[in-house]
Design a protein. Structure first.
Length: 302
């Protein structure tokens, strides 16, 4: 999908990201170019270790590429001084992580407005009210995260991501910890963020049903974009994943009942392609910035 720079909420040109050096080096991104049109919902899929989180982080200014360029709106982030990048991340990017990453000592309301509080800005009351109403948390605002279900906590995280009306919302496996009903609610919300609020969402997921809520799926393998699918259906996504050699999609988990988003019916079936290779390589372990943990929530609002 080609769009002009002014239409793009974010874009990247030839991003390369390597971790480690010598024989232990891992190329997480091997030259990725992508444009995310404003007011679009994009899913990123691919085998484990294919570079999905790294791409999201480099595009959102959470990680620094070794070469290549990236923009959020019209602003190039790859050449931006740290302080300016921190401010831009706080004001123009909303983050949603699999593990919610809420501050346990704050109420839902406190978590939602945290980015603005840190920035010393007053919330736009009408916008805040409409976000809180949309995520359905009006009667839970005084609760702390430990008093909320996983789905409710993720909805707090979505509200927090939206509160500053960011240029782009990035979500790394936002339904990964949720059962199918809560996952479906979160997906429905993300879709409404785009359709009703005009937000731009990029979501990493392993779940074809989740990805089919998007308008376009981008497939990564070995740190490269190997295909895209517009107006995706779960079946078309499954077919593409099998062709890429991903053995079995991870579903949204054992949920209590059907939600608005259908769980894919077809089983994974036999895998025609080769077994996927892009394992973690000699440098295992999680991406440090992927899961900032409660103590690092300020990444969203430093
Ligand atoms: N901080 C790091 N140090 C070393 N290697 C890393 C680091 N972060 C990522 N990698 C490696 O880069 C590659 C891409 O990792 P990335 O986390 O982007 O994959 P992913 O597609 O998000 O995988 P998953 O679906 O398992 O989350 C992997 O081989 C991974 O081991
Ligand atoms: Mg990942």
């Amino acid at each position: 999908m080609i769009c002009t720079a002014s239409e793009a909420a974010a874009r990247a040109e030839n991003l390369v990201r390597r971790y480690g050096s010598g024989p232990a080096a891992v190329t997480a991104l091997a030259g990725v170019s992508i444009e995310i049109p404003a007011e679009s919902f994009t899913a990123v899929m691919g085998p484990s270790g294919s570079g999905k989180s790294t791409l999201l982080h480099c595009m959102a200014g959470l990680d620094t590429a070794d070469s290549g360029r990236a923009w959020i709106g019209g602003e190039e982030i790859t050449s931006m001084p740290d302080r300016q990048l921190t401010r831009l991340r706080r004001d123009r990017v909303g983050f949603i992580f699999q593990a919610y990453n809420l501050l346990p000592v704050l109420s839902a309301a406190g978590n939602i407005t945290l980015p603005l509080d840190i920035a010393g800005r007053d919330p736009d009351r009408a916008w805040l009210a409409s976000v809180v109403e949309t995520v359905g948390l009006a009667d839970r605002l005084s609760h702390r995260p430990s008093e909320l279900s996983g789905g409710q906590q993720q909805r707090v995280a979505i509200a927090r991501a939206l509160v500053s009306r960011p240029a782009i919302v990035v979500a790394d496996e936002p339904t990964g910890n949720l059962d199918s009903r809560a996952g479906a609610e979160v997906l429905d919300l993300l879709r409404r963020c785009v359709g009703e609020f005009g937000q731009t969402v990029v979501m990493v997921t392993h779940d074809p049903a989740a990805a089919s809520c998007s308008q376009r799926v981008v497939f990564l393998a070995d740190g490269q974009i190997v295909g895209t699918l517009d107006q995706p259906t779960p079946q078309a996504i499954l077919d593409r994943m099998r062709a890429l050699g991903e053995p079995e999609p991870r579903g949204p988990g054992p949920g209590p009942g059907p939600g608005p988003v259908p769980v894919p019916v077809p089983g994974p079936g036999p895998v025609p392609g080769p077994v996927p290779v892009p394992g973690p390589g000699p440098v295992p372990g999680p991406v440090p910035v992927a899961d900032p943990g409660p103590g690092r929530i300020a990444q969203n609002g430093e």
